[in-house]
Write a protein that binds this ligand. Sequence first.
Ligand SMILES: CC(=O)N[C@@H](C)C(=O)N[C@@H](C)C(=O)O
Length: 830
Amino acid sequence: MASALLSKTTSDWCFNLLRPRYPSLPPPILSHPPTLLLTWRPFRSFFSTKRLSTFLAMDGSKAGPLKELPLGIDATTEEEYASQSRLLQEFTSISSIDKAWIFKSDSGIGSQAMFSISQPNLLANKGKKFILSSHISRGSNNSVNFQWAPFPIEMTGVSVIVPSPSGAKLLVVRNPENESPCQFEIWGRAQVEKEFHIPQSVHGSVYADGWFQGISWNSDETLIAYVAEEPSPSKPTFTGQGYKKGSSTEKDFGNWKGQGDWKEEWGETYAGKRQPALFVININSGEAQAVKGIEKSLSVGQVVWAPPVRGSHQYLVFVGWSEGTRKLGIKYCFNRPCALYAVRAPNFESEADGPELKDNSTEDVPVINLTQSISSAFYPRFSPDGKFLSFLSARSSVDSGAHSATDSLHRIDWPIDGLLSSSAKIVDVVPVVMCAEDGSFPGLYWSSFLSNPWLSDGCTMIITSIWGSCQVILSVNVLSGEVIRISPTDSNSSWSVLTLDGNNIVAVSSSPVDVPHINYGYLVDKESKSTAWSWQNVPSPTNECSEKVKSLLSSLQFSIMKIPLRDVSDSVTKGAAKPFEAIFVSSKTKRNDPFDPLIVILHGGPHAVSLSSFSKSLGFLSSIGFNLLLVNYRGSLGFGEEALQSLLGKVGSQDVNDVLVAIDHVIDLGLASPSKLAVLGGSHGGFLTTHLIGQAPDKFVAAVARNPVCNLTLMVGTTDIPDWVYVEAYGSEGKNSFTDAPSAEHLTLFQSKSPIAHVSKVKTPTLFLLGAQDLRVPVSTGLQYARALKEKGVPVKVIVFPNDTHAIERPQSDFESFLNIGVWFKKYLS
Ligand SMILES: CC(=O)N[C@@H](C)C(=O)N[C@@H](C)C(=O)O
């Protein structure tokens, strides 16, 4: 019996695997010393590691000295781990296309493209970044041809690259890993032309992602404005004799540094990061100056240069977030009030400066708030002629307290004389859509703006947004307000814009069953007023994945389903009474008889969305025999503001019910069996997962919760976004009742709306994946719930990743998470 257990091969659901990308990589699950893994298995196999080795010896087989199995793995699951891990490695190594830039070609024919590509490096537990170049030429009939460089080039140690507007120079920033200076390099076409080391006494690391990122070249390409961490504050110094008067940042053998006052940070993923501040570097001299006059309490980001006005000082426009009485978490939080400000750029003494620019007195020139009359303004973009400034606003989010909601687009006319005013009229360009009519524009969501999003007419922006369950490319005329969906409407795939090539678009598209592909788009008929775009699929090395993955994905299909509501009450708004959507991914042919097991996948937020784009981890799960149902319950982004706002105050009931309705829908269609259901969700999706196994205790055979919100009463005192708990539990009015001193009445309501209120009913075996550095949903929340299940004898497995934050996205942690998810579901659903 034991040898049967041990000799169980991968043939149960064996894959004819190709050689993995990292041939020397040992099975990662065995190479994981830092992961803390707690396993509680009331129904665990009789053969614990010790018993198994004894049994083997008694069996008389040539056992030899048996290796202990790693923590959390038993003999029954080890083969499964080994076989799934090989396939997961093939999915993991698929590269992602993150950004692209277009340059004029030296030959004057066609253009040059540079693509930034990333790939996880499991052994190093880091992302690898590459640059892949291509020459783009146009043939007859509008055909386009990309000639790719033979290999990509790795960008080791590079934090961010930003080409100059003309494309003649490239800024490369290398952030230090310790107290070393921050390195700026200016590259020409063939070599590094300048290299500057900015000491920590001037500033810390340059912000290279998230809300605060912003690097902008001025028009004559001599100055670069950017956002970096302010220098370290000086701390009290103590010597053998006690406190040493005066401040010093120097380290010395004869003294030691105290902590000084604690400073608020921006929460999740910003731990240890200092206040973002504005700087300008002169690339001729290498001198870097802090921009003066900005209030210390203002965090800054997204800086751009205002159009130059002859004979007048240059201004910078940036986004500022005020701190108020405390900083609340800002990652995934669009509801933090912010405004656009204009500030005078510092002067650098240089021969090029005219006499009128020698005045260095920027301190007494006020910083102007340009968007006082609106609670949120970000992504400032000047039109190419400098006549207006457009920007996005999340005012709906700020005003309602929902952490993300429908955005709006605005513009202000820019004074040609350079006389700025804080009372400039804000024009609404694309308003918030309250009720999304079938098939029509639902509003702007999570839009991303290129640094140059403009077509040559100077008033059309090309942007990426969300439309139902799809990511789409839109053209937006900033003068007329006309919005057109220009990515194909006959496809359910997701599209996003990478860069513009003049009036043409380089985009990436993907779907749950197609890895990302590059596409080239152009207006079919430029002369007529036609708005039809044609898209050409561009063969590219980035489109490649292993033959195994290709073949597995080609056996899958997906559809976007409309799920009608059940029992709509009269009190719901029109927008909230409309069907919601779910993405159903299945095998083209049934793999199991009569039904493949179904994993219900629930996104977090709750104001986020599951998109119809490719996901390596979900591609892996659908390839190992599971159908998937990604439910975009009401409250998700992409369906109009009324549907989104309908969830506030109703979490744990309306969203739970929507998921149950979606499940019944696929069962009624004959696509799933009620006895083969599992559920997986993270964060608010983990809230739903744990609610569902409590409220529908007989429905799910297995569950997985990643950093789940299980107890709002516990979370409110420990999370970086306690305001979220109030708004989601009480509705919009919770925004005003939010306090850091919750009353007994508040705590009682939070308890009643939490999954922990239903924990006594749970029977479903549940896997918990927890990040110990999570500031959003602290690890204690998931641990408490898991312990409560254990107390009841429910099968539970917990993996804590000691160095991971909320997203659990470090390559090894992501890998181990999805490997365990695959094995967990196989164990209970096969
Ligand atoms: C606003 C927010 O972070 N809410 C969390 C509870 C959550 O669900 N987060 C989402 C974004 C996630 O998927 O992590």
